[in-house]
Ligand binder design. Structure first.
Ligand SMILES: [Zn+2]
Length: 474
């Protein structure tokens, strides 16, 4: 044992002197020491020339150059680079493919691609997305709505160093009519459950909670749903009884306020119908509600529709992390022209462009108001929706948040610590602090000067395992 440790130390010394590229470690169990980076700890602090010691997959010391380094350590010289906690995407869906084949409500391609087969595939191969997330620097994700199997990902991903940590809410409950949601459900299983009674509310909470769901997702809450509150109050009551937490998709101000009053811990979309008021801001602050503004997802739908028309949809994917199935659908999107009413599609695109322009400006204004008020903001992409691809879409989302006026240094906190808070995992990850799981990323360029520099990620550390992001996992 001593001999092999010595050899490792010598190899590392050579790396240091020759300035070689950082190489990965084979397992997460070595004592790893990162020296020389500018560290952003995820709590809003930054310091130069730091030392991070990782033992048994956890951060054991965060210090300065004076820190004692264990004799058997493998030293990784990251001088001139930037280290921060792994990113958290607090709004994703593993049941969706990034194309319309998993969103027949938006564009029905079921005559040519079987929705049942798509769902069987999604269930069978989640590792495609696991890898896309990790190799984008995303070490934890929150699946806020999926089939029952998505809850199982929490356990299977937790100790799999090829996967990000996953929290999952399981099937969504919604007041939206059955005629709207049945298209998502398969004969064997439901992803969307119509909230038709107090009993249904309680059953869904019981079912998801007993499987260990992190949160219960209430989808598409609209102002008209507030006329009779009995089912919603039963939902909220049962969630409290089961010590679970409510997550809400509500894009209209009145519904978003009601969501917080019902106990929502997390709002997964911006308010889009109007500029938010003081009452909403106070509700957010007083209840410590977290929001993921989810700014880019509508644009993703638009881009994907345009791809069917024949406009090239450029994927900023230098490390080739997007899974082959999604990529092939997007690259061959024009093949779906023959199954699509093209006149209707063109009209829809025109309508969407106008809608998105308006929605964008309201969302950005609202985000800025919440930021100025000190509300809790996390980063979520809604990845899985058409054109919003797992992993790489987090950079687009961060850039859009920066465009809304949030300083890059604060975006780092939102993309790390606040995401872990949303997942209820802050004790385990989300910051670079002693005792936390060693989930970190290494960047070539400074993310605090421009959040686009998140794209310069070169390495990911998951549970102490260091790997370059430009190589496929074994
Ligand atoms: Zn979503």
């Amino acid at each position: 044992m001593i001999k092999s440790a010595t050899i490792i130390t010598i190899t590392v010394s050579l790396l240091l002197f020759t300035g070689c590229e950082i190489s990965g470690n084979e397992s997460g169990s070595d004592v790893l020491v990162f020296t020389g980076a500018t560290i952003f700890d995820g709590n809003g602090n930054a310091f130069d020339n730091g030392v991070i010691i990782v033992k048994n997959g956890r951060i054991s010391v965060v210090g300065s150059q004076e820190t004692d380094i264990p004799a058997n350590a493998r030293i990784v010289d990251v001088t001139g680079k930037f280290m921060l906690p792994g990113l958290v995407d607090a709004h994703v869906h593993y049941f969706q493919t990034g194309f319309f084949d998993s969103r027949p409500d938006a564009l029905d391609l079921r005559d040519t691609i079987s929705y049942l087969k798509v769902q069987a595939f999604q269930r069978k191969y989640p590792e495609r997305y696991h890898e896309a997330y990790l190799r984008s620097g995303v070490t934890a994700v929150y699946d806020v709505g999926g089939f029952l199997w998505s809850i199982g990902l929490q356990e299977t991903a937790e100790n799999d160093l090829n996967a990000p940590h996953v929290a999952a809410s399981g099937p969504l409950i919604t007041p939206a009519p059955r005629s709207m949601i049945n298209i998502f459900n398969t004969p064997g299983e439901m992803v969307m459950i119509h909230l038709d009674s107090e009993q249904t509310a309680r059953q869904v909470v019981e079912q998801n909670s007993s499987l260990g769901s992190t949160g219960i997702k209430l989808w598409a809450l609209a102002p008209q749903d507030l006329e009779d509150m009995s089912n919603l109050l039963a939902l909220s009551d049962e969630i409290q009884k089961r010590k679970n937490r409510l997550i809400v998709h509500a894009t209209r101000l009145e519904a978003a306020k009601a969501a917080i009053e019902l106990g929502a811990k997390l709002l997964v979309h911006s308010v889009t119908d109007k500029v938010i008021d003081d009452e909403f801001v106070s509700l957010m602050i007083d209840n410590k509600t977290i929001i993921t503004p989810t700014l880019v997802v509508s644009g993703g739908y638009l881009k994907t529709r345009k791809a069917i028309l024949g406009e090239e949809m450029k994927l900023a994917d230098p490390n080739n992390v997007v899974d082959e199935a999604s990529k092939s659908l997007i690259e061959n999107a024009t093949a779906f022209q023959k199954y699509t009413d093209m006149v209707a599609l063109e009209k829809r695109i025109e309508r969407m462009e106008r809608f998105i322009a308006r929605e964008d400006s309201v969302m950005m204004t609202n985000l800025r108001i919440l930021y100025d008020a000190g509300a809790l903001i996390a980063v979520g992409t809604d990845a899985g929706n058409p054109g919003t691809l797992p992993g790489i879409s987090i950079y687009d989302e961060l850039e859009k948040m920066q465009e809304a006026g949030i300083p890059a240094a604060d975006l780092i906190v939102m993309a790390t610590r606040n995401g872990a808070m949303a997942m209820e995992r802050l004790n385990d990850f989300g910051t670079i602090e002693n005792g936390k799981i060693a989930d970190m990323i290494i960047l070539q360029n400074d993310p605090s000067t421009d959040i686009s520099n998140m794209r310069s990620v070169t390495h990911v550390v998951r549970g102490g395992l260091l790997r370059p992001v430009n190589q496929k996992f074994e």
